[in-house]
Design a protein around this ligand. Structure first.
Ligand code: GDP
Length: 526
């Protein structure tokens, strides 16, 4: 097979959801279809369990699980599906945002009882930023959930995207009888079962067929006909281009734990979702069909064994063919590297691979050369865009507690930051350093890993910082004047970019008003 065919058969996507909506369950069912696993219960949740907060071994174990489950590839009906897992826990949201840069589309799971939840909202904002196509799966229809029309309205209202139902539920909770596919006009009858792989599908010549009564009874049949007519008026046929542009989210209803509606989701997904597309570097747009290999690193994960400080860098291939043993160009370091070890993530296992194609995710063994956002190529000098840092939510100053281990602390901090565990800001004045995180749990992980892996001790003391704002100005003089007047609050991020550390929301507002010629940004890429 040539490059074009390899690209055409690949689908690389992520599943997002608020914790507990059913992401792990859905993932598992998808893998069952792919034949990648044999039985239910085989997929471990990568959730960081809050009850285990103080149990460090548990966190380490979970970190191990999260690396094992973060990429799962499987073959299904001639397609190669690359599924990327995203940590649901909000304290690790930054990791999820970065993972979303490596996918071509997203499946969003919504719990029909709880509706749209806060974490889903945040993740969708990230999808909106990049116009990532989204398909929504409304889950747990076997439970007494909200009215389906209300759910659609909620998604449109709170997630700022138009919806287009492709299936429609018949009843809900105890009275849930199945779904009617608006896409291929068939009826899928619901039978609760945790092990069954295929659901019963009834082809109807048309919605007015008397067969409908036979299967779901008169009352539901009448209701369904009414709904279908209304839905047809409201939504018409799916505009696939609008979906591909991230403007419309097709919606399915089902029950992941009962493996109901999952096959329909998967089949439709494979039909309409985007294959690997062109991506931009800071120099140009690179087509996946270009012969020369390019790819970027979106995740770096330390090995679980503290005695061996090697890491795995996750690389998304964007163009050309990757070949193990080849020498590739590292655009940030302006150096060539020979890649002798590479791993493919096949469902539960990691295995050595010799070649891989656009859309694939491979793991590279790393001894400290790779950072999140790095690009590898066969000569291309541009760096892939689209891995911005967001302002963290909580900031602490780093206080070294062991002067003998200053070097170790510095090294540890730098390496943890390369992994994207948190963000480091170095103040321009003095040698002050601040660490910014999204959630408290990250400080605990950092402190523990500094001690455990680097032998360094540090405290993290609260400082008054509300937001880290990247800033720029067209007029270099104005920029300089601003920096001069705010010296104590200016820091640099990991890439040396200037950041204004705003103490409070009100103060930031005032500074923005006082310096209208300075542009403040809340992500590092602008
Ligand atoms: P995640 O946190 O999003 O990965 O959610 P999980 O997949 O771990 O699911 C959370 C809980 O919801 C588990 O107890 C699942 O068994 C349950 N669950 C998942 N899908 C369904 C469903 O369709 N119906 C019902 N009733 N429960 C479900």
């Amino acid at each position: 097979m040539g490059l074009k065919e390899e690209i055409a058969k690949r689908r690389t996507f992520g599943i997002i959801s608020h914790p507990d909506a059913g992401k792990t369950t859905l993932t598992e069912k998808l893998l069952l279809f792919g034949g990648a696993i044999q039985k239910a219960g085989a997929v471990k949740s990568s959730k960081i369990n809050m009850h285990a907060r103080s149990d460090w071994m548990e966190i380490e174990k979970q970190r191990g699980i999260s690396v094992a489950t973060s990429v799962m590839a499987f073959e299904y009906e001639g397609m190669k599906v690359n599924l990327l897992d995203t940590p649901g826990h909000q304290d690790f949201a930054e990791d999820t945002y970065r993972t979303l840069t490596a996918v071509d589309s997203v499946v969003m799971v919504v719990d029909c009882v709880k509706g749209v939840e806060i974490q889903t909202e945040k993740l969708m904002e990230v999808c909106r930023m990049r116009n990532t196509p989204v398909i929504s799966f409304i889950n747990k229809m076997d439970r007494e959930g909200k009215d389906p029309y209300d759910l659609l309205e909620e998604i449109e209202g709170r997630l700022n995207i138009n919806v287009h139902p492709l299936s429609w539920p018949i009843g809900i909770g105890k009275t849930f009888k199945g779904v009617y596919s608006l896409y291929d006009k068939s009826l899928r009858l619901f039978q609760p079962s945790k092990q069954r792989l295929y659901e019963e599908t009834v082809k109807l010549s048309d919605i007015n067929s008397p067969d409908l009564e036979k299967f779901i009874g008169e009352k539901d049949a009448n209701q369904l006909r009414e709904d279908v007519e209304l839905l047809q008026d409201l939504y018409g046929d799916l505009d696939v281009d609008a979906y591909l542009n991230g403007e419309i989210a097709p919606v399915f209803f089902g029950s992941a734990v009962n493996n109901f509606g999952v096959k329909e989701l998967l089949d439709t997904f494979l039909k309409i979702s985007p294959k690997p597309l062109a991506r931009s570097t800071d120099e140009r747009l690179v087509e996946p069909t270009e012969e020369k290999f390019t790819g970027f690193i979106f995740k770096v994960h330390a090995n679980m064994d503290p005695k061996h400080r090697n890491r795995i860098a996750f690389l998304r291939i964007c163009s050309g063919k990757f070949e193990r043993g080849s020498t590739y160009y590292h655009t940030r370091q302006h150096k060539k590297f020979r890649i002798s070890q590479a791993t493919a993530f096949m469902a539960q296992d990691k295995e050595t691979i010799d070649e891989a194609w656009p859309g694939d995710i491979i793991g590279l063994y790393d001894t400290g050369n790779f950072k999140i956002g790095d690009t590898l190529s066969e000569g291309e000098t541009g760096t892939y865009k689209g891995i911005p840092s967001f302002s963290p939510e909580i900031f602490r100053e780093v206080i070294n507690r062991d002067a003998m281990k200053t070097k170790q602390l510095e090294k540890g901090l730098n390496q943890l930051m390369d992994e994207g565990v948190a963000q480091l800001f170095s103040y321009e004045l003095g040698a002050r350093k601040a660490v910014g995180v999204v959630g408290q749990l990250q400080f605990e992980v950092i402190q523990y890993r500094l001690k455990n892996e680097y032998g360094a001790s540090a405290d993290f003391v609260p400082i008054q910082v509300h937001k880290a704002c990247w800033f720029s100005a067209k007029d270099p003089k104005k920029l300089e004047a601003f920096i001069d007047s705010k010296q104590r609050h200016i820091a640099r991020d990991k890439d040396g970019k200037l950041v204004f550390m705003a103490e409070s929301r009100a103060w930031l507002q005032m500074v923005q008003d006082n310096f209208p010629e300075i542009d403040f940004h809340f992500t590092s890429e602008f």
